[in-house]
Design a protein around this ligand. Sequence first.
Ligand code: FE
Ligand code: ZN
Ligand code: FE
Length: 201
Amino acid sequence: MAAENLHELFVNELRDIYDAEKQLTKALPKLARAANSEELRAAFEEHLEVTRAQIGRLEEVFKLLGMAARGKPCEGMKGLIEEGEEVMEEMEGSTLDAALIASAQKVEHYEIATYGTLATFAEVLEMQDAKDLLGQTLEEEKEADEKLTAIASQINPAAETEDQEEGEEEGRMVAAGARSIRGGSSSGGRKNSGGSRSKKR
Ligand code: FE
Ligand code: ZN
Ligand code: FE
């Protein structure tokens, strides 16, 4: 009985991530186009290829189950992608890149959670081949996340300087204001830095 329930849950999660990965094959080229950093652009393009291979692996898992590969709309990934698209419209430069990385890491963590769950379920269900396939993808998602962390360590300081320069362009008073706010909390405070963060058009 319990195995039957877990089996159904396993199939549900599999369909969820199958759809999520397909959504990503459409979103990653947009992220790549939006990125300013060559390294970030290359990372998104590389992850697109990795994602295509992951879809192939999911299809193998469906085959092991004796089922047709079929997705069910993943609302979680849809929301994460929509948030990423908002960022593209609202930001630019290194700040945009920092925001793209933040969005992409949320995606990677969603995937890490799902593949971790799926690999565990496969193990409990004694589907060793499926577990190996899902575990392989889990490792790739972790690598992608770590790579983004490494790129962020270069981009975040650039985004910090960019904000300062923009403030100076717009006037010393505003720049001084932005600096004093920057001394406060690292993320929440920046929301209130007013004029210095207004969009350039
Ligand atoms: Fe993936
Ligand atoms: Zn989902
Ligand atoms: Fe991924």
